[in-house]
Write a protein that binds this ligand. Structure first.
Ligand SMILES: Nc1ncnc2c1ncn2[C@@H]1O[C@H](COP(=O)(O)OP(=O)(O)OP(=O)(O)O)[C@@H](O)[C@H]1O
Ligand SMILES: [Mg+2]
Length: 213
């Protein structure tokens, strides 16, 4: 089973958006997919409740209440949506459940600075330090492609955290969320620019680079 955690203590950076889109993508590819929501706000589970029965199913797990006890044994992809403000012991507990970690970051100096601090904490979590869990960064809600992540990029390169893709700000994410779908399940004429931006992330997730070594 592949387990992918989407985490960043900063609120509103796109954890639930990326988690639900990943779950929808793997489900649409025919994999047995589970979505574990560790956030009592339960945005991911609310999204799942809207998912039409005609689309490939995703198992929702109320992880904030009962952990992963209800996880089906035949799960091929487990996507974990973390709550905001997960530090310290909570962070360590979440990382225990994942082999791959995605950190979404908004393109603002405040968010980038906070992300750098968080990545440092994350890299010190024993499992990550031992390379038993791999981390990548995803820029989210990027409004144009002239935004420069140089400073963060340089910092991350030092920490050897790859920055795999930038996702644009798009109505497609709002539309897809409302309908219980992912952008990969929207029609190509609407969503192809988003598919292109997801490709590097999906490729990374499919490669050995995102798995424990
Ligand atoms: N790429 C995007 N384009 C447009 N809107 C987006 C995008 N990513 C996220 N949003 C919107 O930004 C808001 C916050 O996103 P989301 O809920 O995914 O963040 P979060 O990190 O899960 O927040 P929280 O910390 O509260 O759990 C939502 O309204 C979501 O629809
Ligand atoms: Mg969320």
């Amino acid at each position: 089973m592949r387990s992918i955690l989407v985490i960043n203590p900063k609120g509103g950076c796109g954890k639930s958006t990326i988690a639900t889109n990943l779950a929808a993508y793997y489900a649409s590819e025919g994999y047995e997919t589970a979505l574990a929501d560790y956030d009592p706000q339960a945005s991911s589970l609310a999204w799942l409740a809207e998912r039409p029965a005609s689309y490939n199913p995703i198992t929702g797990i109320q992880a904030f209440e009962t952990g992963l006890r209800a996880l089906p044994r035949n799960t091929e992809y487990l996507i974990i949506d973390a709550p905001a403000r997960s530090y310290g012991r909570e962070l360590t507990e979440l990382v225990k459940r994942a082999e791959t970690i995605i950190v979404p970051v908004l393109p603002s100096p405040i968010d980038m600075k906070a992300a750098a601090t968080f990545i440092e904490e994350l890299m010190n979590v024993h499992k990550v330090a031992e390379k038993k869990a791999k981390v990548a960064l995803v820029a989210n809600r990027v409004r144009d492609n002239t935004l420069i992540f140089e400073e963060l990029d340089e910092y991350l390169t030092k920490l050897r955290v790859p920055y795999v893709t930038a996702l644009r700000e798009a109505q497609n994410y709002i539309r897809a969320y409302q309908r219980g779908l992912g952008v990969h399940e929207l029609p190509p004429y609407l969503a192809w620019p988003d598919w292109e931006q997801w490709d590097p992330l999906l490729e990374w997730l499919d490669s050995k680079r995102s798995r424990p070594s």
